[in-house]
Ligand binder design. Structure first.
Ligand code: GLV
Ligand code: MN
Ligand code: MN
Length: 423
């Protein structure tokens, strides 16, 4: 009589169900569609609540233990095996003009990992957890990665609950309003390891004709809000020489950032993504402009230098135009390096499944960078068509989505049996 397959050869043969994965991605995208095929599910809005309810119903269908913590993070655990769980997860909030895949893909692929094991009668040696972190985008409540930051103890719950949205409401009140003010404590359970699957959101994999990125880390990010107060006046009668025009100053700042990026090289990126002009009328020199600066670099020293140069420029331009400028820090995270042991696991599995594979840093922020503070963590990237993201046209080919989910599955199972020496 021949022996049955070993546990490891059985697990290596497991493959996710492509149509179930795609059905769930499209099902979540149906919740809050926008023109052009994208989604608007800003954190803690009604749309976010509907998305959460759907994902939680899927978690319950898989008999996972679902808990909601004090900042609304959803943690679902398939309680099998022993020890701390191998966790995956991401976010389901979007920017206002988001796509179907940013964040959502990683969460849904996590559920697919659990369902694939269950349907094939395979029991991992550790629990598997799938997390939905609150407000990863930071588009409604800064900073970004807020839920995962609180989850790992990088910000107190009280501080997070007191943050106000760009449209006014307090985060804590919005959580109560949508029914996601939970009772599980933060910081939360420390996973054995964390691996996040995500679309690249940039052009590199496609340009290199490579299917899988084994992500080595995340660049540093600096967000600030700049408020420029000038002298509002009549657009027809006020001589140019007598103006104190905050809109002009905002434009100067945007141009300065573009020139600074060019002088620092390709790793320096700067963005003015939000500009609010008051009173915002054609024939009124504005009274006030509020704008956001998003400055990122993989090198912390260069990022600090860029921040310093920006700060000096703000003083110069305020004095030359006769306006006042104040700044408010919205987010500041240093560059993060992922755990080499987890990167190795992802890379080896990707290659063994016949995928072209490269190591690469992430340009976007991700929840995995917060989890990296408490456990071995890394990420898997799949290509973004035309490198487009934070845009309704965001797209990844189904074959790539399926390949990424299979690598997530095999990586999570491999991490169940990987022992890490904690230092
Ligand atoms: C998160 O999406 C970011 O802005 O990097
Ligand atoms: Mn994301
Ligand atoms: Mn995003």
């Amino acid at each position: 009589m021949s022996a049955g397959p070993t546990t490891s050869s059985r697990s290596e043969a497991l493959r996710i169900d492509a149509s179930r994965l795609m059905d769930r991605i499209m099902g979540l995208a149906d919740i809050s569609p926008i023109a052009g095929g994208g989604n608007c599910r800003l954190a803690l809005t009604d749309e976010d609540k509907h998305g959460r309810d759907l994902v939680v119903s899927w978690m319950r269908d898989l008999d996972m233990d679902v808990s909601i913590d004090a900042v609304g993070n959803i943690i679902a655990i398939w309680n099998v095996g022993s020890g701390s769980p191998v966790m995956t997860g991401s976010h389901i909030d979007t920017v206002r003009t988001g796509g179907k895949f940013d964040g959502n893909y990683g969460v849904i692929a996590g559920l697919e990992v659990v369902e694939t094991c269950q349907k094939n009668g395979f029991t991992p040696s550790r629990p598997l957890a799938v997390a939905v972190f609150t407000d990863e985008e930071g588009a409604r409540f800064a900073p970004d990665m807020l839920g995962s930051l609180v989850y790992v103890g990088g910000m107190t719950t009280e501080e997070a609950l007191d943050i106000n949205a760009i449209d006014g409401p307090r985060l804590g009140d919005e959580l109560v309003r949508i029914g996601y003010a939970g009772s599980a404590p933060c910081p939360g359970l420390v996973p054995h390891a964390f691996v996040e699957l995500h679309i690249e959101q940039g052009p590199l994999l496609e340009a290199n004709n490579v299917r899988i990125g084994a992500v080595t880390g995340v660049q540093g990010i600096s967000w600030q809000e700049v408020t420029i107060v000038g002298q509002s006046n009549h657009a027809g009668t006020t001589p140019m020489s007598l103006r104190h025009d905050p809109t002009y100053v905002a434009a100067e700042i945007a141009v300065f950032l573009r020139k600074l990026s060019a002088s620092y090289g390709a790793h320096q990126v700067c963005t003015v993504g939000k500009v609010d002009v008051f009173p915002n009328l054609i024939n009124v020199v504005a009274a006030r402009v509020t704008m956001t600066l998003d400055i990122r670099n993989t090198d912390e020293a260069l990022l600090q230098r860029a921040e310093q140069e920006v700060s000096e420029f703000l003083k110069e331009v305020a004095s030359s135009e006769g306006v006042s400028i104040t700044t408010k820090k919205l987010a500041r995270f240093e560059p993060v390096e992922f755990d080499n042991r987890v990167i190795d696991v992802i890379e080896k599995i990707s290659i063994s499944l016949d995928n072209t594979t490269q190591r690469m840093p992430s340009g976007a922020g991700h929840d995995a960078q917060m989890l990296a503070r408490v456990c071995p963590a890394a990420m898997i990237f799949v290509p973004s068509v035309n490198g487009v993201s934070h845009n309704a046209a965001e797209h990844t080919d189904t074959d790539d989505l399926v390949a990424g989910a299979n690598i997530l599955l095999q990586s999570m199972l491999a991490l169940c049996t990987t022992e890490f020496d904690r230092v």
